[in-house]
Ligand binder design. Structure first.
Ligand code: ADP
Ligand code: MG
Length: 292
């Protein structure tokens, strides 16, 4: 690679809002065979909204929402923001919780005015020993719509099935179609449950899904997707994407994401537009053509 062609490629990329943090990335990106995408905040906007709350018999809608919002008032997860916003919209008063605990990838719990409240994924309820049978069909229906189903338990009893939905970024479908046109496989890695992940993947024609990945499990997911020596680029935005960005052959961070993700990446997309990945690959191919 001549220094001049690298400089030209890097400059062209910069004009398109693509920062090559490492020179090698410009040369090796063209060899990528799989692009793995984080779901929340990368494929989607990362700003979910509450879409459904079905109370169990004996519970009232706003009663459960206020209890759940109280627990979530102590969480930093985007799901928490969605629930708090819904409680605010309904003018509910949200109590301050005690003994808040978070179990990453599972859910959150706290005492709210003397009642034990737990909110999270079905695997969280299973871990707590709560039976979600009442809502299994409802949760499957919600997941089939690409929504994330959650459960709330109050004093050990399931009190509601809840769903949040995170809109897919407007530019994502075109970006995936363009990656396919380049002959690449597209994969998705997510902490979300399998049903939701598969519904989103179907909608976007994503080839391969690794769902229900715990925050510390993303590196293992990358290794799984690289099987057979496939060269892989991973695109992510979050704190827990940092190890996966380092593990991938090429790590691509969303510039609006967290600093630690950006620092772990080889390439940074200044905007959240995934078409930047396509442009970065095209520039890499053009640069190497010029060199040869
Ligand atoms: P992702 O970044 O893909 O959303 P996470 O590991 O952060 O993955 O979360 C995985 C799942 O854990 C969520 O889909 C949700 O079911 C549950 N969860 C995590 N944090 C919370 C929270 N604050 N409230 C409710 N559920 C949560
Ligand atoms: Mg993310």
């Amino acid at each position: 690679a001549t220094p001049t062609s690298i400089m030209v490629g890097t400059g062209r990329a910069a004009e398109l809002g693509i920062l090559f943090r490492k020179g090698e990335a410009l040369q090796s990106l063209r060899d990528v065979e799989v692009v793995a995408l984080d779901k929340t905040g990368t494929l989607t906007a990362g700003r979910p909204a509450l879409t459904d709350l079905a109370p169990a018999p004996g519970f009232a809608h706003d009663e459960v929402l206020a209890l759940v919002a109280a627990v979530e008032s102590r969480s930093e997860h985007p799901i928490a923001e969605a629930i708090l916003e819904a409680a605010r919209e309904r003018g509910l008063s949200v109590a301050s919780p005690r003994s808040f605990e978070t179990l990453p990838g599972f859910g959150v719990s706290a005492d709210v005015e003397g009642r034990r409240v737990e909110v999270g994924a079905d695997r969280y309820m299973a871990r707590l020993g709560h039976d979600v049978g009442l809502f299994t069909a409802e949760a499957a229906r919600l997941a089939g719509e690409g929504k994330t189903p959650l459960y709330a338990a109050v004093e050990g009893r399931i009190a509601a099935a809840i769903a949040v939905a995170d809109p897919i970024r407007e530019t994502t479908p075109e970006a995936i179609a363009a990656l396919h046109r380049l002959g690449l496989k597209v994969a998705m890695i997510t902490g979300d449950n399998r049903g939701t992940a598969e519904a989103v993947a179907r909608r976007l024609s994503i080839d391969q899904v690794v769902p229900e990945v715990l925050p510390e499990g993303k590196v293992e997911a990358i290794r799984q997707l690289r099987e057979g020596g496939r060269r892989l680029a991973f695109v992510g935005d979050g704190i827990n994407d940092a190890p996966a960005l380092a593990e991938a052959d090429i790590g691509v961070a969303i510039g609006t994401g967290t600093d630690i993700a950006i620092e772990s990446a080889d390439v940074v997309l200044m905007s959240g537009d995934l078409r930047g990945v396509v442009n970065a690959i095209a520039i890499s191919k053009a640069t190497i053509r010029n060199i040869r």
